[in-house]
Design a protein around this ligand. Structure first.
Ligand SMILES: [Zn+2]
Length: 198
C-alpha cells in the first residue's frame, strides 16, 4: 500500500534507525509498501524512516535512471558494465569509501522541489541483507553509489542538506522554512509536521 512520505521537519528523519530483526519483524509488507510508494512518487530511492519506520531499511532504483540516459549520460554517471540496480538494503553498513569524490545534484522526496549539488565518494563497498535476507557484500559506483549513500544517510538521521556548505544552507534557508511549514505542493502524498517550531 502506498504510504505518505514525511516532509522535512519530522523528528523521525533526524533519528538513528534500529536494526531490523527478521525473527521479530516481517519485512515483506514494509518492503512492498516502500517500492509502491517510491514508484508512485517517481523516486529513485526511499528509506524506511521517510514513511515513519525508524528501521535500517532502504531501497534503490538506479536502473530506471540508466535506462533513461543516452550513451553519453551512461558513460558519465555509471561505471562500465553497471546498468543500475533495483535493490533492497537491510541493516546496511558502508565498509569502504573510495578516495575519489564527485559532485552531482541531489533531491529528496522528503524535501520537495529542492535540488543541490552534493560531493560524495565515487565508489563504496556495502555490507547488507537483501530482500530475501541473504547476506551481501558488494561494491557500487557512480549514481548507484550516490543513491545508496543518500539513503544510507537517512537510516542514520542524516539528510543530504546536512552535507551542504554553510553559505549554501543560508541561501536555501527560506526554502527549507517553506517546506517545513507545508507551503509546497507535491504530486505524491506527503505529511508535513504541524506545530513546527522554526
Ligand atoms: Zn532522501
Amino acid at each position: 500500500m502506498r504510504q505518505a512520505i514525511l516532509a522535512l521537519g519530522h523528528q523521525i528523519l533526524k533519528e538513528s534507525c534500529k536494526d531490523l530483526s527478521p525473527e521479530l519483524q516481517q519485512p515483506e509488507q514494509l518492503i512492498t509498501d516502500m517500492w509502491e510508494t517510491m514508484q508512485a512518487a517517481d523516486g529513485c530511492g526511499l528509506a524506511a524512516p521517510q514513511i515513519g519506520q525508524p528501521i535500517k531499511l532502504f531501497i534503490v532504483d538506479s536502473q530506471s535512471i540508466y535506462e533513461n540516459l543516452d550513451e553519453t549520460g551512461r558513460a558519465t554517471y555509471f561505471s562500465k558494465g553497471d546498468t543500475g540496480i533495483k535493490e533492497t538494503f537491510i541493516n546496511a553498513k558502508i565498509i569502504n569509501y573510495s578516495e575519489q569524490y564527485w559532485e552531482d545534484e541531489e533531491g529528496c522526496l522528503s524535501i520537495p522541489k529542492l535540488f543541490q549539488p552534493v560531493s560524495r565518494p565515487w565508489q563504496i563497498t556495502i555490507d547488507y541483507y537483501n530482500a530475501n535476507l541473504e547476506h551481501q557484500v558488494r561494491t557500487f559506483s557512480g549514481t548507484t553509489a550516490r543513491i545508496i549513500q543518500h539513503e544510507y544517510d537517512h537510516t542514520r538521521g542524516v539528510l543530504y542538506i546536512d552535507h551542504l556548505k554553510p553559505l549554501t544552507k543560508k541561501i536555501i534557508a527560506s526554502k527549507l522554512k517553506k517546506i517545513k511549514k507545508g507551503r509546497v505542493s507535491t504530486s505524491y502524498p506527503i505529511k508535513y509536521q504541524s506545530n513546527n517550531k522554526l
